[in-house]
Ligand binder design. Structure first.
Ligand SMILES: *Cc1c(COP(=O)(O)O)cnc(C)c1O
Length: 341
């Protein structure tokens, strides 16, 4: 197959239109068959539920080329499960999980020429999403929905190695205690935009959010879960019902326990204790792990000793093992790597 004429080493994280997208419609109480189309534009009512009351959920995963030349993606069944749960929380008809994985396979196959070749660190980002499309003016769920998946090639997250970042304790909250923090919904991002723009203007890469009820515990950043390494080299993972269950973070926990023999504790983590940790990482599909050099909590600066110039040794080992599994250099647990072609 002839790959597209793209400078794979130079692209960033932006939208590049690819050839095909997957669409499935929910009308009169059921999902239709669904299939691939070419038209990238959506026409909908001016009163569509998604436009008026933000009834939308999404997912994010990547397809990439392994060392031996296969196109694969990583644990798409977990994206299917998570989107199923996100939909239920927003009163949307959940999308069948097997059909979700099948749709991912179909849309990636149809855009195989856009999957970056091995060696650039670039990937084909896959964006499944679903929204209320029928008119809604009184506050209630829409009657009709659309599920779509588009793909777009994205560059390596870190060009020339991961540089530890500085983040700040946000003065804004991300997710209410019994709110929507644990689902992947656009509304969680809409309300984080002011906070992230503020953080960027102040020179920080990201916000770390605290639990809104007490503002003493670490939750996560706007788009990545936090993990810590203590002085004994053990992994400590914040636990809260309002943290989004990151697939990367759950995979790292498994790798720590089953591949590296690292002890993992999942528990509430107080802001006041994070100064005792030696490494902090942010986990998500995009970067896998980003090392954090310091957290600024107003006048108080919390530094992570082993993350000052580069990713600390424990996070690096986790990163190397997980990316080795993803790229096919290390044997994967059953079902983790879905071969597309
Ligand atoms: C998507 C997301 C993550 C990362 O999840 P992955 O499944 O690892 O990509 C973390 N936090 C939030 C708030 C997210 O939306």
């Amino acid at each position: 197959m002839q790959k597209k004429d793209v400078k794979w080493g130079e692209i960033g994280f932006g939208y590049i239109k690819t050839d095909k997208r997957y669409v499935c419609n929910y009308r009169n109480g059921s999902w239709d068959r669904g299939g691939l189309i070419e038209d990238a534009d959506i026409v909908m009512s001016e009163c569509a539920g998604v436009l008026q009351y933000s009834q939308s959920v999404f997912e994010g995963l990547k397809a990439y080329t392994t060392e031996d030349g296969h196109i694969v993606c990583f644990r798409p069944d977990l994206n299917a499960d998570r989107m199923y749960n996100s939909a239920l929380r927003l009163e949307m008809p959940p999308f069948d999980r097997e059909k979700f994985v099948q749709a991912v396979v179909e849309v990636v196959k149809a855009n195989a020429a856009w999957v970056p070749p091995y060696g650039y660190g670039a990937t084909l980002y896959i964006r499944p999403y679903m929204f209320g499309i029928s008119p809604v003016i009184g506050v209630k769920p829409a009657d009709d929905y659309q599920f779509r998946i588009f793909t777009t090639p994205v560059g390596a997250y870190f060009k020339g190695g991961a540089k530890p970042i500085a983040i700040k304790v946000s003065d804004f909250d991300r997710a209410a205690p019994r709110g929507t923090g644990n689902i992947k919904a656009g509304l969680n991002y809409a309300m984080s935009l002011h906070a992230i723009v503020t953080a960027h203007n102040e020179g920080y890469s990201e916000n770390i959010y605290l639990d809104p009820a007490t503002r003493t515990k670490i939750e996560e950043t706007g788009g990545a879960n936090a993990i810590f390494v203590d002085a004994d080299g053990n992994l400590v993972v914040p636990k809260s019902d309002s943290i989004l269950p990151s697939i990367t973070r759950r995979s790292i926990v498994y790798v720590a326990q089953n591949y590296l023999g690292i002890k993992v504790t999942e528990r509430e983590v107080l802001l006041s204790e994070v100064g005792n940790f030696r490494e902090m990482g942010l986990c998500g599909t995009a970067a896998v792990i980003s090392p954090v050099a310091r957290i600024n909590d107003h006048d108080n600066i919390i530094s992570f000793a082993d993350n000052q110039v580069k990713m600390g040794p424990v996070l690096q080992k986790l990163y190397d093992t997980l990316t080795g599994i993803q790229m096919g250099r290390i044997e994967a647990p059953e079902g983790w790597v879905k071969v597309i072609e």
